[in-house]
Design a protein around this ligand. Structure first.
Ligand code: TTP
Ligand code: MG
Length: 393
């Protein structure tokens, strides 16, 4: 029995936040800095600390501190100027990776963002497993460490990603709020700065639990009705704000790296059938159809090829995706005796739901897929599956 069948919240949101981001990039790119206190920021007399590695934080160095204070607290530290070009390159790479995990992404800053996972529970064995896959993907691709929080809303997800930093992975479920969230100080409420914190303390409200239990009228008299209401809701674990997608994923896809290289075409086609099912489902869940289908092949020597075909009509149906991918695969001149290390299928060129259906009656097919997807959602994705089984990706 997979855990996802027990996950009952209306929404699931992931928040990711890179650990000591600028300093981590510096430590990645220079072996001598690893394991040592690294402080990145303005190095002039009036400069401030942008961030400090966790080794430097032990000396009491933190973001926004004057650089002179940091030098005094951590005289043996490695002090570095900022190199935004490398940080933005890493950031772009991370956000591009996140498209694999959700079509709905809201970037919050250079090193953090939200992923809306609602409705995708059936794609995962468990929320924890999905979170770990996000962390592994970031580490494999960039050599950097990210902390991830998964919870029923944005506030709780952002709080969760911070709870076990660095290298954190925290799932907060509705039942955890009183035990985990309420003992935290009011300053951990998202949006509570020093001023608001002081006003709450004046009301003898020290913890989030105090705010949750506070009388709304008293709170409103001090903070104004809007802020009072907002903080009271957050403290009670309520936050309806949607993940606001700034850009839509440019493609939806799935790929598999095989444990052993594939050496026969039939086996490769069976894997394509499986992948097409996964991509079809992801497209339907995102409420979209793809006009272009792309096949990705990586051979045993790591050479990687992509082939794509634009269809006369967009699709979100497994068999059309499979037929296109198979056609591309059959036209690919596979060098004899060469093993296939990875296969991937993705769809792009989204036209939105229902496009072109004027010219094509898709109602019967849509009904069939609604039934299949309903089963997948209720019983896990493996209940209806074509082709080969999954392998670790
Ligand atoms: P944060 O995510 O706040 O901090 P961090 O990634 O360094 O550390 P962690 O998340 O593990 O607590 O900010 C991301 C980057 O933004 C940070 O590496 C540097 C930059 N930054 C500043 O330049 N000034 C600041 O005051 C803060 C807070 C961050
Ligand atoms: Mg960070």
């Amino acid at each position: 029995m997979t855990e996802n069948r027990n996950e009952t919240a209306a929404r699931w949101i992931a928040h990711f936040d890179m650990d000591s981001f600028f300093a981590a990039v510096e430590q990645r790119d220079n072996e001598d800095y690893r394991g040592r206190p690294v402080i990145v920021g303005g190095l002039s007399a009036r400069g401030v600390v942008s961030t400090a590695s966790y080794e430097a934080r032990r000396y009491g160095v933190h973001s926004a501190m004057p650089m002179t204070t940091a030098r005094r607290r951590c005289p043996g530290g490695i002090f570095l100027p900022r190199d935004f070009a490398r940080y933005s390159a890493a950031s772009r790479q991370i956000f591009a990776l996140m498209e694999q995990f959700s079509p709905r992404i809201e970037p919050l800053s250079i090193d953090e963002g939200f992923l809306d996972l609602t409705g995708m529970e059936g794609l995962m064995t468990s929320l924890a497993d999905y979170g770990q896959r996000i962390k592994d993907a970031v580490h494999d691709a960039t050599g950097l460490v990210v902390s991830v929080g998964i919870a029923p809303n944005k506030f709780l997800a952002k709080l969760a990603s911070d709870l076990e930093k660095p290298d954190g992975l925290t799932i907060l479920r509705p039942g955890d709020i009183s035990r985990v969230v309420w003992p935290l100080p009011v300053s951990r409420l998202w949006g509570v700065g020093q001023k608001t914190a002081e006003r709450l303390l004046a009301l003898r409200l020290h913890t989030i639990g105090d705010v949750a239990a506070a009388d709304l009228k008293t709170l409103a008299a001090r903070l104004g009705p809007r802020l009072a209401n907002h903080l009271h809701e957050l403290a009670n674990g309520i936050d309806d704000r949607p993940v606001e997608t700034v850009y839509e994923a440019k493609s939806i896809g799935r790929e598999i790296t095989f444990e052993r290289d594939i050496r026969c075409r039939e086996e490769a086609e069976a894997q394509l059938l499986y992948l097409a099912g996964q991509v079809g489902w992801r497209l339907r869940r995102a409420g979209t159809r793809a006009r272009t289908i792309q096949l990705k092949i990586r051979l045993q020597d790591f050479s990687t090829y992509t082939r794509r075909k634009t269809l006369p009509e967009d699709t979100c149906y497994d068999e059309e995706i499979y037929e296109t991918a198979r056609e591309l695969f059959r036209a690919f001149p596979l060098p004899p005796g060469t093993g296939i290390r990875l296969l991937g299928i993705s769809g792009s060129g989204f036209d939105g739901p229902g496009a072109l259906s004027l010219f094509r009656d898709t109602r019967k097919k849509d009904r069939l897929y609604t039934a299949i997807d309903g089963l997948k959602k209720r019983f896990g994705e493996d209940i209806v599956r074509h082709g080969a089984g999954p392998e670790p990706s």
